[in-house]
Design a protein around this ligand. Structure first.
Ligand SMILES: NCc1[nH]cc(CCC(=O)O)c1CC(=O)O
Length: 314
């Protein structure tokens, strides 16, 4: 369903977006797709700064987590200053609050993490004691578990800031989402894409989601052509894992689903940040039951001691 007798094509749509280069690229991308679908429609961007963009000196987990990137955008939706908000699904809290909905998840970019380094071609090439920068406990735990001889230190800021800190020599290598680098034309900085066996991605990584007020059924209809059924099923499964285990907390957790031969293949893990304990599970099932699969996988991880790991994170 797109423009229908019930919902004639839109005349004007306002997209609320963060103002980082990546967020603006993503909003422009959705704008271009909407303009192609609805040639008569004026699509405008409303740029805004979120708390997540302002607080750069502390780990996000300590100051309120993912919600910090969406609150201001949701306020714009509530006050009807904007019709939709475009998000990296990785940054969207697992539990959306009452008046909001995510009617559209578009086709995924490469979901993997990327190894970026001016000095080394891969993690395996890095000598003991060299320094990898990452701000995510998910990446940190997997690095410690597999490359215990490397030093892992915190890295915050938007993509350009992170790359600058690497180029200034504060780190020997950094790990970033491949999707962000590709979108910004920085794919040549990627020395290696880390296979999912080495770095299992975060729930929603590489996918864009479009949020609006749940009552705006007109918007849901207009966005329907941008929804990708496979990506949407995968991301729903991944988010169900994270929601069941972590709620809104930031924890070292990965959840990644792929469609293989028409079936949904879901993997997940929970770990201590230092990688000293890690539980993993995988499941395969019907994509139509994506959330059920996610919940079942969360149960598998619990049965192996995920609760105990989470309790230790305090
Ligand atoms: N947490 C910030 C963030 N949110 C989404 C992306 C990358 C793009 C994506 O996953 O869609 C990034 C940067 C990164 O993790 O390197």
């Amino acid at each position: 369903m797109s423009a229908t007798p019930d919902f004639p094509a839109p005349e004007r749509l306002v997209i609320a977006t963060r103002e980082s280069r990546l967020a603006l690229w993503q909003a422009e991308h959705v704008k271009a797709r909407l303009e192609a679908l609805y040639p008569g429609c004026r699509v405008e961007l409303l740029g805004m700064t979120t708390r997540g963009d302002q607080i750069l000196d502390r780990p996000l987990a300590k100051v309120g987590g993912k919600g910090l990137f969406v609150k201001e955008l949701e306020a714009a939706l509530l006050e009807e200053r904007a019709d939709i908000a475009v998000h990296s699904m990785k940054d969207v809290p697992m539990q959306l609050t009452e008046p909001f909905a995510l009617p559209c998840i578009s086709a995924r970019e490469v979901p993997l993490d990327a190894f970026v380094s001016p000095r080394y071609a891969s993690l395996a090439d890095m000598p003991p004691g060299t320094v990898v920068g990452t701000s995510s406990m998910r990446r940190e735990s997997q690095l410690h578990a597999q490359f215990p001889f490397l030093a892992v230190t915190s890295l915050r800021g938007n993509l350009d800031t992170r790359l600058r800190k690497l180029d200034e020599g504060q780190y020997d290598a950094i790990i970033l989402a491949a999707a962000g680098l590709r979108r910004l034309g920085l794919a040549d900085r990627i020395r290696a894409e880390l296979p999912s066996e080495v770095s299992l991605p975060a729930a929603g990584q590489g996918a864009l989601g479009i949020e609006c007020l749940a009552k705006r059924t007109d918007i849901a209809a207009w966005l329907a052509p941008l929804n990708d059924a496979d990506t949407s099923a995968c991301v729903r499964a991944e988010r169900a894992v994270a929601r069941a285990l972590a709620g809104s907390c930031e924890v070292p957790l990965g959840a990644y689903a792929e469609i293989r031969a028409g079936r949904l293949w879901l993997r997940g893990f929970v770990a201590l940040p230092d990688g000293s304990r890690m539980v993993r599970a995988e499941r395969e099932g019907d994509a139509a039951d994506a959330e059920g699969l996610g919940l079942a996988l969360a149960g598998d991880l619990r049965a192996q001691g995920a609760e105990d790991i989470l309790a230790r994170l305090g």
